[in-house]
Structure formats: structure tokens, C-alpha cells
Design a protein around this ligand. Structure first.
Ligand code: KDG
Length: 334
């Protein structure tokens, strides 16, 4: 009887495994991003792609499009909502017109370091935000790292806010970034990332702000002379899936995508943090003049931009801001 039982168990297991595989169809999933493949997002996508292939027996394929080939962040996200594209890895910032609460991640000087950002994004607050997204036609599979943002420009070394006065600085299409940079004295203008290099090259704008790995892998050092290490905001990437298309997936396929987005996240964050220092060294080697902002000056920038929190509280949501600030206070042991 034991032999018979183990035979039956074996057959049942094989049948179950077979049926799970049967729940996985051949799919070519298209994902787009606004930066180049040599950005850490490329490492994350490669890891996610291998994970999906391994868990689906090669049936779930991930096809990546770089450099905004399928449109900028906002445009690609609209394609997801329409069900004409499966995935996008996008900044949250250009999406505030779709879901205003996302603006919470654009508040100046909100996060102090990556550890805090990970704890908030991968914890209850990140889930609180992610749970709202399906209502806007997208599903967030994970938070990847865009990173701490720094100012570059072609005009002059900037070591304090006053020196931003008159600088035409591109920011993402987002009123909070516009407000923050206007508050610090810059002449801020919104623009999709794909237009930034050309606008800098023609001096239509003087500067922009992005994490070091983006400034490096997008070769902005070719059109920017001055770098100021402000770390004025930490922006995440959202790994979004079209809800329309997500709902057509089986539970097994959804589980594979969700699990592999986390595998990709850990790789992308690891590479982003490893590359950060190398990118700074490379930017110096490429001739950028790097300015630190003194602690007292940074405190002044923080203080002056605190008013931004109040001005955008109604749009982002008082509850949302208070929730993230409570989580941060807890993390800081206050
Ligand atoms: O797709 C992601 C890019 O658009 C990313 O660079 C967003 O940080 C960003 C920016 O400045 O637009």
C-alpha cells in the first residue's frame, strides 16, 4: 500500500505541476524605460527576465525598450492604462496628474538615506500607495531605485541656493519639483526626460537634476559643466503593469511576475548603489566641476523648502503626508 500511495502522490504532484505549467501561456511582455540599458535599471530588467524565463519554462519573455523608445514615462503609463503596453519602469513624479498622492515622493529632503527609503517603500506605506494604483489602471509590482537627485548646470558652480537665481533648470513634469526649485531661486521649467539632453545642448535650459548614475549613463557630462551634490529628493521607480492586461493573467503568471519584479528590484538597487560612487568619479574624470553644499547651506535649503509641504498638502493629501512622516519618525527613533 505504501508503494501504491507514493505512486498516487507522485502522479498527483505531476498532474498539479503540469496544470500549473498549463496556466502559463507563451507571452512576450514589453517593458519600457526612459534611460539607457547601461543604467542599473538594465541590470534589474536582465535579472527579472532570467527569473521569469526560469520560473515559466521560457514561456514568459520580457522585451525591453530603452531611451524612451516607447514614449516618456507619462506617455508609456497612459499606454498601460489603455491596455496597449504591458509594463513600464517609470519615475513616480510625472504621474502625479494621474494619482496626486504620488507627489509625496517628490517632497524635498523627505528621505535622509537609502535605508529609510527602502524601509518606507517596501513597508506599510509603500503598500498603502501601491494599493491605490489599480484604481488608476496600473498595478505596481515593486519599487526600484531612481535615487537621490543632484543639480547640474552649464553656467556656474552652485554652492548655495542664491546661486541658483536665474538658472533655467529643467525638472520633471511635477508641480512639487517646480515649486521646490522656484523656492530655491531657480527658474524651473517642466520637461520630459527624453528632451533634456538636446535642451541642454542648445542651452534652451541651463541645468537639470537627476541621480548621479543617470547623469553618468545619459552622458549629461557632455553638456553640463557643474555638478552640485544637493541630494534634494529621493525618487523611486514604479514597476507598473497594465491592470487591463494583468487581469488577463493566471494566478501563476501573476505570482511569477510579482516574485521576479522583487528579484529585479534587489539587483537594481544593489547595482545603483555600487555604481553611485563610480559615477561620481567618472563625472569628475569627464571634467565636471563638483561642488558640495555645506551643512549650514543644506539646512537653509531644507528650511526654505518646508513651505512646499504645506502648499501641496491639499493635493497630495494631509493623511498621506502625515502617514509617511510618522513612519519616518518611527524609523528615526523619535
Ligand atoms: O523612465 C525613467 C526616466 O524617465 C527617469 O530618468 C525619470 O528621473 C527621471 C527624470 O528626470 O525624468
Amino acid at each position: 500500500t505504501t508503494r501504491l500511495l507514493s505512486l498516487v502522490a507522485g502522479v498527483a504532484l505531476a498532474a498539479f505541476a503540469g496544470s500549473a505549467q498549463a496556466q502559463i501561456k507563451e507571452r512576450n511582455i514589453r517593458v519600457s524605460n526612459g534611460i539607457n540599458e547601461d543604467h542599473p535599471v538594465g541590470n534589474g530588467v536582465a535579472k527579472m527576465k532570467a527569473c521569469m524565463a526560469e520560473k515559466s519554462g521560457g514561456k514568459l519573455k520580457l522585451q525591453a525598450f530603452w531611451g524612451g523608445a516607447l514614449g516618456g514615462d507619462l506617455q508609456a503609463t497612459q499606454a498601460l492604462r489603455a491596455g496597449t503596453q504591458e509594463m513600464v519602469i517609470t519615475s513616480s513624479s510625472p504621474l502625479v496628474g494621474i494619482m496626486p498622492e504620488l507627489g509625496v515622493f517628490d517632497l524635498p529632503f523627505l528621505f535622509t538615506d537609502e535605508k529609510e527609503a527602502d524601509a518606507v517603500l517596501d513597508g506599510a506605506f509603500g503598500k498603502y500607495i501601491a494599493d491605490k494604483l489599480p484604481g488608476f489602471g496600473v498595478v505596481n509590482l515593486a519599487y526600484w531605485e531612481n535615487g537621490f537627485r543632484n543639480l547640474t548646470n552649464s553656467k556656474r558652480a552652485v554652492t548655495k541656493a542664491e546661486e541658483m537665481t536665474g538658472l533655467k533648470v529643467r525638472v520633471m513634469q511635477n508641480n512639487i519639483f517646480l515649486d521646490s526649485f522656484k523656492t530655491m531661486g531657480a527658474n524651473a521649467t517642466p520637461m520630459a526626460f527624453g528632451e533634456v539632453f538636446a535642451a541642454l545642448e542648445t542651452h534652451a535650459i541651463d541645468g537639470q537634476e537627476n541621480p548621479l548614475v543617470t547623469i553618468d549613463t545619459s552622458k549629461l557630462y557632455e553638456v553640463q559643466k557643474y555638478l552640485t551634490l544637493t541630494r534634494h529628493a529621493y525618487t523611486p521607480f514604479l514597476v507598473l503593469y497594465s491592470k487591463k492586461l494583468w487581469d488577463q493573467l493566471s494566478a501563476e503568471e501573476q505570482t511569477i511576475l510579482g516574485d521576479c519584479a522583487i528579484v529585479g528590484r534587489d539587483e537594481e538597487r544593489k547595482v545603483s548603489r555600487e555604481l553611485n560612487d563610480k559615477s561620481l568619479a567618472n563625472l569628475k574624470a569627464k571634467g565636471m566641476q563638483v561642488s558640495q553644499v555645506g551643512a549650514d547651506e543644506l539646512a537653509k535649503m531644507r528650511d526654505s523648502t518646508q513651505a512646499v509641504y504645506q502648499r501641496h498638502q491639499a493635493t497630495i493629501g494631509k493623511d498621506t503626508i502625515e502617514r509617511i512622516q510618522a513612519d519616518l519618525a518611527k524609523l528615526r527613533g523619535k
